[in-house]
Write a protein that binds this ligand. Structure first.
Ligand code: CA
Length: 179
């Protein structure tokens, strides 16, 4: 029997899917993946965003309330003594909440001159208290006639206070004391 030369298929094999169909399948798969991924990720992202926003609004409210409490104590001190409790007498002459932690018993006396006078027992401290979110207090030379308190807020609009530092919320009788 003569050996037959293998010449291959007479007709080229057809691809399983036509290129146009293949593209549609790929697009459909990509779209489905996007929908599934979006359905899983977007609600989680939104929840996290919503929580963070509420947390920051709460944070700002708390910061403003804390500063108002400290100011009330400072004003009481002034009414009683005729001068404000002086800020630190050591350069840079600023009382800074970062020097204290919540676990420390010094937490309540980050403005020492205010505590020793007995005008206030609890001095609120920034709940974050890191290198961005913290409180500061500064007066002019004793007997102090001017003071300033400041803090960092998450809502920058709340920091439009005509002070000299656009990055912090400032309050007091002279908003140029703290740099
Ligand atoms: Ca200032």
């Amino acid at each position: 029997m003569p050996i037959q030369e293998h010449t291959g298929d007479a007709t080229p094999r057809k691809p399983l899917l036509a290129p146009a169909t293949k593209r549609r399948v790929l697009l459909g798969t990509a779209l489905l993946t996007c929908i599934l991924f979006g359905g899983l990720v977007v609600p989680q992202w939104y929840q996290s965003y919503k929580y963070r926003k509420e947390e920051l609004v709460g944070y700002d409210d708390r910061g403003l309330k804390h500063l108002a409490q400290i100011e009330a104590a400072i004003t009481t001190f002034y009414t009683k003594n005729g001068y404000y409790p002086p800020s630190s007498l050591i350069s840079p002459y600023i009382d800074d909440s970062r020097n204290f932690t919540r676990s420390s018993q010094n937490t309540t006396v980050w403005i020492p001159s205010l505590a020793t006078a007995g005008s206030v027992i609890l001095q609120p401290i920034d709940p974050v208290n890191d290198d961005i979110y913290y409180y500061r207090y500064m007066t002019d030379k004793p007997p102090a006639k001017k003071y300033e308190l400041d803090c960092q807020l998450s809502d920058k609009n709340l920091q439009q206070d005509n002070g000299n530092n656009p990055d912090r919320y400032e309050t007091g009788t002279d908003l140029t004391l703290l740099p």
